[in-house]
Design a binder for this molecule. Structure first.
Ligand code: UDP
Length: 371
């Protein structure tokens, strides 16, 4: 019989939930809180001040936010000084962890990994990105060496970027499929979508080039994290070629992207998962992507989208010409079967129960942590 878990989720320190700065972590938190609640678990969240309300209780904590590290040099070490929101969220976790069965870390920072064996309750880490810095590699690989069960990742490709990645649990991700409006007939002008942070690793420039070649109007939704990247991507493109739809709420996004014939992804990094792919599929929108990172594990090539060789812009353009032959119903079905919040929560529940089961039964004396 399933044990009813009390879970404390510690959010990302890069920005408040709902601001867009945290990217897919926001969606992960929403999917987890609703999915785990449906399975009868109690979920509270500790997050930076200004965060939207999620879970049974949202604890908001003050402090300076952490910089995003998608594009930093591998040697970068991001400190979490006293007074940072990360340090403050983890002091909250230390103080209140005995009210919970497990503390679930969603921050891609060293500090929570140092806390793995310091709390009076088990700490589980759901890692949101692949390998980016040497310091984070050490923190994650050392935790994987000592307590491989405590770490989960979203995709095999992401796990493969870490030395001991094969030891992790893969949980994928999930979307509230019911909140995504299924659209069988997209807009007649053949428009396609780019959804995501406007930042170099997301490859907007390649997407724009592919759309120009394929003569497809491109509609862009997302947080403009890097204004220069936006200007470079749209330079020289006629105004009707690219339409910026803004950074919109999840609800608006899910009511709008169904109008598109496809979602295009051109990741320049190992995308850990690609939540936008499952949201699009849930709306009936096929996904055209480079065969790189998470999207390559989400899309069934030729059924729910097309996968082309990494960095092959003409390949993307060619695939875009054929998207109308794909079944939009099949996209929705794949999202329902594999990537619903319930399916995701079942995978996470099994993982967390394993983490709790291990806690207290392992003697770590004599195995000093050396990050
Ligand atoms: N998103 C949003 N509004 C927008 C564009 C994107 O809420 O206008 C959300 C989208 O729903 C998705 C997230 O931003 O959940 C992006 O997550 P993804 O995993 O695709 O990329 P990440 O930013 O984490 O690298």
């Amino acid at each position: 019989m399933n044990h009813r878990l009390r879970v404390l989720i510690v959010s990302t320190p890069v920005g408040p939930i709902g601001s867009g700065i945290g990217g897919g972590v926001d969606m992960t938190i929403r999917a987890l809180t609703s999915g785990l609640a449906t399975l009868g678990h109690r979920v509270e969240v500790v997050a930076p001040d200004g965060s939207a309300t999620v879970g049974d209780v949202t604890h908001r904590v003050a402090g300076t936010v952490q910089p995003s590290i998608q594009l930093v040099d591998r040697s970068t070490v991001v400190p979490s000084p006293v007074g940072s929101v990360l340090a403050n969220m983890w002091s909250f976790a230390r103080r209140s962890c005995t009210d919970f069965d497990v503390v679930l870390n969603l921050a891609y920072d060293e500090l929570p990994f140092h806390e793995t064996f310091e709390l009076a309750r088990p700490v589980a880490h759901l890692v949101s990105m692949g390998s980016l810095t040497d310091a984070m590699d050490r923190a994650i690989d050392e935790t994987l060496r000592l307590a491989p069960w405590s770490v989960a990742m979203h995709s095999n490709a992401q796990a493969g970027t870490f030395l001991r990645g094969t030891a992790t649990t893969i949980v994928g991700s999930g979307v509230d499929v019911e909140s995504c409006s299924f659209v069988d007939l997209p807009n007649a002008d053949g428009r396609v979508a780019f959804v995501g942070r406007i930042s170099a690793e997301k490859g907007l420039r390649d997407v724009v080039d592919a759309c120009v070649t394929a003569r497809r109007p491109l509609h862009v939704w997302g947080y403009r994290q890097d204004e220069n990247e936006w200007n470079e991507a749209v330079a020289g493109v006629p105004p009707h070629g690219v339409t910026y739809r803004g950074f919109v709420t999840t609800e608006i996004l899910r009511s709008e992207i169904g109008e598109c014939a496809a979602l295009v992804m051109a990741p320049k990094w190992t995308e850990a998962f690609g939540n936008v792919a499952i949201e699009a599929m849930a709306c009936g929108v096929p996904v055209v992507s480079y065969r790189r990172g998470g999207p390559a594990e989400i899309v069934v090539d030729g059924e729910t989208g097309y996968l082309v060789a990494p960095d092959d812009v003409p390949g993307l353009a060619g695939a875009l010409r054929n998207v109308e032959t794909l079944s939009r119903r099949a996209c929705r079905q794949r999202a329902e079967t594999h990537f619903s919040t319930q399916a995701f929560a079942h995978r996470v529940e099994a993982w967390l129960q394993g983490v709790c089961g291990r806690f207290g039964r392992v003697d770590f004396s004599g195995t000093p942590l050396s990050f």
